[in-house]
Design a protein around this ligand. Sequence first.
Ligand SMILES: NC(=O)c1ccc[n+]([C@@H]2O[C@H](COP(=O)([O-])OP(=O)(O)OC[C@H]3O[C@@H](n4cnc5c(N)ncnc54)[C@H](O)[C@@H]3O)[C@@H](O)[C@H]2O)c1
Length: 425
Amino acid sequence: MGGGYVGLVSAACFSELGHSVNLIEIDAQKVKAINLGRPPIYEKGLEEMLRAHAGRNLTATSDYKCIPDSEIILICVGTPQGPDGEADLSMIASCAKSIGIALQNCDGYHIVAVKSTVPPGTTERLVKPTVLRQSSKNINKEAKGPQNIGFVMNPEFLREGLAVQDFMDPDRIVVGSSDQNAGDLFMGVYVGLDAPVVRTSLTAAEMIKYTSNAFLATKISFSNEIGNICKRLGIDVYDVMKGVGLDHRINPYFLNAGAGFGGSCFPKDVSALIHLAQETGEEPILLKSVVDVNERQPLRIIQLLEKKAGDLAGKNVAILGLAFKNDTDDARESRAIPVIAELKKRGAQVKAYDPKANSSMEKIFPNIDYCSSADAALKDADACIVMTEWPQFGQLDKEFDLMRSRVIIEARRILSCKDAEGICW
Ligand SMILES: NC(=O)c1ccc[n+]([C@@H]2O[C@H](COP(=O)([O-])OP(=O)(O)OC[C@H]3O[C@@H](n4cnc5c(N)ncnc54)[C@H](O)[C@@H]3O)[C@@H](O)[C@H]2O)c1
C-alpha cells in the first residue's frame, strides 16, 4: 500500500524477486503510469524493472479488493511531519482501517507489515488494534490457520537515487514481529537476497530506523560544524575528513561538509525522535543541536554571498541543483528551499536549473525562473550557487563566463574550477 519512493521500489523489486505483487496506490495518475511501465518518480533502474513486470506479476490498482488474496500486506505510505514535529500517522491509521475492513469475513492467514518509518509503539498500539477491531478477528499466537493475522515491522533503509540497488543489496534486513511465526513467514519475501537479518520486537525494529537516521544526520551536522571551524582556520575540511574517515571505527560516509541534510526522511525523522523523547520526559540535547546546525547551514551561504556580491536586491542569482541530492527528482526539504526563500526575501531574482527536479521545486516556488540547462541559468547572472552534487556540474568552468561576474559559491564540494568558494572550505 503506497506507491511512492518506498512502495513503488519495493513493489518492483519484490516482483523482480519473483513474487506476485499488487501495488495499491490512491493516486489514479500514478496507477495508470505504473501499469504502463512508466515510473512516476525518477530512480535509476526502476523503469527497466517496471517495463519487465508491469502487467505480468506486478499490477497497480486503487482498489482494496486484492487484500484478502494477499498473504502479506505491506504498508508503505508517508509519515510526514506534524505541526509540532511529531510523525503524522493519519495515513498509517487509514491503511490499517482499510486492511481490517478488507479482511472481514475472510479466512486464511495474513501478515500485516509496516515498512513506513513510524515511532516505536505504532505497529503495536495503532496498526494492530485497528486491523483487529475492523476485521473483528483476534490475534492467535499459534499464528497459522484460519482467522489469523500476524504483525511485522520491517523498516526500509534505501537511499533515494540508489533505491533499487539498496533494496536488492541491503546492508541488513530488520524484521520485528508480533510472534516468531509471523517473522519466519515474512522472511519469505526476501528469499533471494543475501544480507544479515536482525530479528527483533516490533518496537525495537521501529527504533532501529529512527536511530539509524538520527545517527547519520548527526554525522552530517558534526561534519558541518567541523567544516565551519576549519573555514575560519583556513583548513580544508575535506582533507581533514579524509584523514578521519579512514579510521574504521568512524568510516568515510556522511562526513561531507556542506549545506546540511534535506530530503523526505532525516529532517522529519530527527524531529519525530525529538518529539518522542520529550513526550517521555527526556531532553534530547544532542539531537536538538543536530537540527540547529542543519537549519543554520544554508543561511551561511547567503552570508557568504552577501560578503562577495554585496546587497542582493535586484541581483540575478543562478541556482544549480534543486533536488535534495543528486540522482533524484525529489526536492522535499532540499537545502535549496531555505536558500531560495532567503534570496527572494532580499529581493534577488532567481534563475534555477536541475537535471531532474525543476518540476518538483516548481510546486514549492512557482514564481522563480526555471531553466532547461545550466548555461541558461548562468547567462547574465551576478552570482551562482551550486546546491546539489550532480556530477555534470563538476566539470563546469567556462560556462561561468556567461555570468556578468564569476561569483561562484558551492554548497557541496563538486566544482573543479579554481575560483569557486565553498560554504565551509
Ligand atoms: N523516501 C525514502 O528515501 C525513504 C526511505 C526509507 C523509509 N522511508 C519511509 O517510507 C514511508 C514512505 O515514504 P515515501 O518517500 O515512499 O513516501 P511518498 O510520499 O513518496 O509515497 C507515499 C505514497 O502513498 C500513497 N498513499 C497515501 N495513502 C494511501 C492509501 N491509503 N492507500 C494507498 N496509497 C496511499 C500516496 O499517494 C503516495 O504515492 C515514509 O514513512 C518514509 O519515512 C522513506
